[in-house]
Design a protein around this ligand. Sequence first.
Ligand code: CS2
Length: 487
Amino acid sequence: MSDLLGLSTLHRIPAAARPRITPGEAAAGIVHLGLGAFHRAHQAVFTEDAMAAAGGDWGIIGVAPRSVAVYDALRAQDRLYSVTTLAAEGRSTRVVGALAGVRHAASDPGAVVELLADPAIRIVTLTVTEKAYLLDPATGRLRLDDELRGDLATDRPPRTVPGLLIRGLAARRRAGAGPIALVSCDNLPANGHRLRGLIEPLAAATALADWVAGNVTFPGTMVDRIVPASTAETRAVARAQLGVRDEAALSGEPYAAWVIEDDFPAGRPAWEKAGAVLTGDPRPWERLKLRTLNGVHSAIAYLGALAGRETIADALELPGMTAAVRRFIAEDIAPSFTPPPGVETIAYGEEVLRRFANPAIDYRTVQVAMDGSQKLPQRVLHTIIDRRAAGATPRWGIMVVAAWMRFVGGRSDDGRALPLDDPLAERIRSRLAAAPATPAGVVDALLGLDTVFAPDLAGDDTVREQLAEWLTAFAKHGVGATLAGAA
Ligand code: CS2
């Protein structure tokens, strides 16, 4: 008898953990690109709950762009997987039945193009991470690289996400399959506008512009749930809770939020019945979340990793850390924008700190630290730019950038190697290698990354000086002692 989670073993798991919709019952209506943990613990759960509450053929076909491991694991389990909610008080596990299919784009790109041409598919959601947008992070403009040029100019299977989408949209137009919404669920500001800014120039280059203008919408979203990378422990917990093995098991915090711009030309699931907020303009929510939650997450990640802390919750316990990030929120972040109506940024920040302190969540500092060149602009640099424009000196935001500059040097305070997992890793390393190994040398070298630092910021002498001061303090006392003395 199989002990693997699947349709034939569902009867063996506790009734409360069984999927809320019968797997296979709802036909597919959504294609999702990026089958990572975040999607499966966030949008898939909202969508299952919406279908359970209000019906509709909104099953999700999940597409793994590259990694084959998740795709194989989900196929072996009839696309079922569990999410364990981790709270300090205890945990609960549920199996999610929202996936109507899975595909692997790298080995079968044609299948994805065909799905986009299917009239049953009316929504495409994306969690493909910041770097897949091929946008210059400092300017937000499309960066046409060789791979994307190849996707546009040849018939070879598309290798980039924009290439795949354009090919799919062209097929949809030919098939007369009707309008569709493309929904970015990545942590980018004005993510809907960015996705539109990516697709429209490409559509114009392929004579799709009019059809896209009349048939495709780009609703923006704010997505939020802390979903750590799965480990052997996650799978062991799932097995204990379910009584069967789940090789695709996930865990997440109790909190989940989804704010969605309501612009779906061919319908949508009743996500509001699952707790999502449908709105005319999600941008104030995105800004609040990116600058506060993600900005502070990155701050704790760089400072904590340098001080030798492996998890966010442990890093928060460093003497001075909570005081420093509270001042970052109160003095730099809160005055940098107007929050959504009814929300107070400092109170929101306090809730974020409580969520980060959840002792049941092992979120690695190096996981948040990765792809810093893609994350820093919207998480920290926009706060600094807005405060500088208002004549203020955002000392704490500048400290976070200095921590990133020390982090990409590759060593923690006690000399341990730190991973530089970043699409600009080579450029960062070669700039650092060519620069004098002094604080001012490091600042000059890294501010020269013009796709990260906009010219106004890179040319700001006050910012430069403060960056060098923080780097000097970090080198002299270590990050732990600097924090303890700073706030
Ligand atoms: C984190 C986010 O890894 C990271 O960069 O800051 O994934 C964060 O956990 C989510 O945005 C929370 O909604």
